[in-house]
Design a protein around this ligand. Structure first.
Ligand code: MG
Length: 159
């Protein structure tokens, strides 16, 4: 068994869609970023890569690389997970906390859990997603952006 931690943050901007965990969430602001700025996908990717000590999302998918402009980050998650599978790792569970004042994450949790589970080929019950506010404090409290924390447990398949 090995555990990994992931963190990501993105700034809210006008004129972009808000994509979290591969799900488009109706909101008047989106997230700035080179890819689709899916902070859940990025944090989960880093947690999984971290569990296997395989680097991080930036080393595998550099933001300076034009291939990843507006990239679907769930595809990056899938590609990163393939690197783990090549080393006989499989995800045991993933737990995610999304921190923002708005929009409310709760109504979208079931869809996000299903999407992450499908990409990783695991059961929805192995994926947890929780929304929190920052109680109005700091940059998150001012609604400037969103932060996501994730942990992932993986184990190795002995063959
Ligand atoms: Mg990111």
């Amino acid at each position: 068994m090995r555990i990994g931690i992931g963190y990501d943050s993105h700034r809210f901007v006008e004129g972009r869609r808000l994509i979290l965990g591969g799900i488009e969430i109706p909101y008047q602001l989106g997230l700035a970023g080179h890819s689709d700025a899916d902070a859940i996908a990025h944090a989960v990717t880093d947690a999984l890569l971290g569990a296997a000590a395989l680097g991080d999302i930036g080393t595998h998918f550099p933001p300076a690389d034009e291939r990843w402009r507006d990239a679907d980050s769930m595809m990056l998650l899938s590609a990163a997970y393939q690197l783990l599978e090549e080393q006989n790792y499989q995800a045991v569970n993933v737990d995610v906390t999304v921190i923002c004042e708005a929009p409310k994450i709760g109504p979208h949790v079931p869809a996000i859990r299903e999407r992450i589970a499908r990409v990783l080929g695991i059961a929805t019950g192995q994926v947890s997603v929780k929304g929190k506010t920052n109680e109005g404090m700091g940059w998150i409290g001012r609604g400037e952006g969103i932060a996501v924390m994730a942990v992932a447990l993986v184990n190795t398949i002995d063959d």
